[in-house]
Design a protein around this ligand. Structure first.
Ligand code: FES
Ligand SMILES: [Fe+2]
Length: 406
């Protein structure tokens, strides 16, 4: 009997994912690569004297802020007999376990053992597992990797020359342009979307839009570039007045995306960047850091039909006006790479994947990944993404220009 392959669904492969892209847990190659960088774990206001449970890179942790203002990020399970510090009591210098009262500082050091002789003659030999934290413009970052490979905390040039009188930095943590803070899908399928400029024209214009600035409705000339630790997409649109809108979007290792405002409300270098944070293999939280004039709205949500935002849509509304959340969560909890049919427009996505896997191999070989620095004098990271208007009189040295790869 001959076998007929006419493409019908019967007998199709369910497919598998590429573990080197999607795994986040300790000991996995991708999880170990991720653990070589600093990551946002919460907004600053989430760290209070009431402990809160957080999850990052498939690890459960407890976050608090002691009464002196120092945030702490500890393993929840108390090193004495294992109850959770989620029910702990936060004091001036740390968090006290509710069961037998051991008190831990933010660096895990045990400061008090009230039931032990002399309140713990050997308390210095106990340490609650902990991670270091840094607060930066309203986000709390942590480093969850090996102590001897801890890089300096990277600061970002686009946020570091703030005029405190007139400007401020705010954190937005709903999903991209609409959706809950935590999306039920793997982080990589959200991350790589930034290098998929074609979806802007289809999803955000033809299907559900126009959702952004009308100047973005013009079909662009698109290119992709790759430099150390950075993949960029450039899009050039000829405008009616003879100028060119030269838009650059970038992703940086490992989870950073710089997507200049699609409302074009800020021209020049991007005023925002975001992190697609792997909560675990099937959950992602997106944090955006936005620099803006005081009193002005942060980047607005796209408006769908009838003046509704994503949060106002009912189920049928989400079907009629799908956005980033619907399409990325719609790829499944973890997209199955083996059944994909990548085409010419997926070049940027492929570049992001390749970059990540190359760095994964470097770490597996004992090296340090791109983008980490151990030199305090080189702590600032640059951004080139932006919306640049290029006219006949533009000094081209001031604008990162589009190059299209062969
Ligand atoms: S279980 Fe935490 S002090 Fe005993
Ligand atoms: Fe999008």
């Amino acid at each position: 009997m001959t076998t007929i392959d006419d493409g019908r669904a019967y007998g199709r492969a369910s497919g598998t994912w590429d573990t080197d892209l999607v795994e986040t847990g300790p000991g996995t190659p991708a999880g170990e690569l991720l653990r070589r960088y600093w990551h946002p774990v919460a907004r600053s206001e989430e760290a209070t004297t009431r402990p809160t449970e957080v999850r990052l890179l498939s690890e459960d942790l407890v976050l608090y802020r002691d009464a002196s203002g120092t945030p702490g990020l500890l393993e929840p399970r108390c090193c004495h007999r294992g109850t959770t510090l989620y029910f702990g009591k936060v004091e001036e210098t740390g968090i006290r376990c509710p069961y037998h009262g051991w008190l831990f500082a933010a660096d895990g050091v045990c400061l008090d053992q009230p039931c032990e002789p002399d309140r713990g003659r050997n308390k210095a030999s106990y340490r609650q597992p902990w991670y270091p934290v840094v607060e930066y413009h309203g986000l709390i970052f942590t480093y969850m990797g090996p102590p001897d490979r801890q890089p300096i905390f990277p600061r970002w040039e686009i946020f570091d020359d703030l005029d405190d009188e007139t400007e401020e930095v705010v954190i937005v943590d709903h999903f991209a342009f609409g959706g809950p803070a935590v999306a039920p899908c793997n982080w990589f399928q959200t991350h790589e979307n930034a290098m998929d400029p074609y979806h802007v024209f289809i999803l955000h214009n033809a299907i559900s839009g126009p959702q952004f600035d009308p100047r973005l409705e013009i079909w662009p000339r698109i290119g992709w570039q790759r430099t150390d630790g950075r993949v960029t997409s450039t899009q050039d649109r000829e405008l009616d007045d003879g100028t060119t809108l030269h838009r650059i979007v970038e992703v940086q290792m490992p989870t950073v995306r710089v997507i200049p405002t699609p409302t074009l409300s800020y021209l020049g270098k991007s005023n925002n960047m975001s992190w697609t944070q792997p909560i675990d293999d099937t959950h992602t939280r997106v944090y955006a850091m936005v620099r803006k004039p005081k009193g002005q709205e942060a980047q607005g949500l796209p408006v769908y039909a009838d003046g509704k935002s994503w949060f106002d849509l009912d189920e049928e509304g989400h079907q009629r006006f799908p956005g980033d959340y619907e399409t990325q969560v719609g790829q499944g909890p973890i997209t199955r790479h083996s059944t994909e049919r990548l085409s010419s427009t997926d070049r940027g996505v492929s570049m992001v994947r390749r970059q990540f896997k190359e760095q994964l191999a470097i770490v597996a070989d004992g090296g340090d990944p791109v983008g980490v620095s151990f030199d305090e004098s080189a702590s600032s990271r640059t951004v080139i993404a932006g919306n640049y208007i290029v006219g006949p009189d533009t000094d081209l040295d001031s604008v990162p220009l589009a190059e299209t790869l062969d």
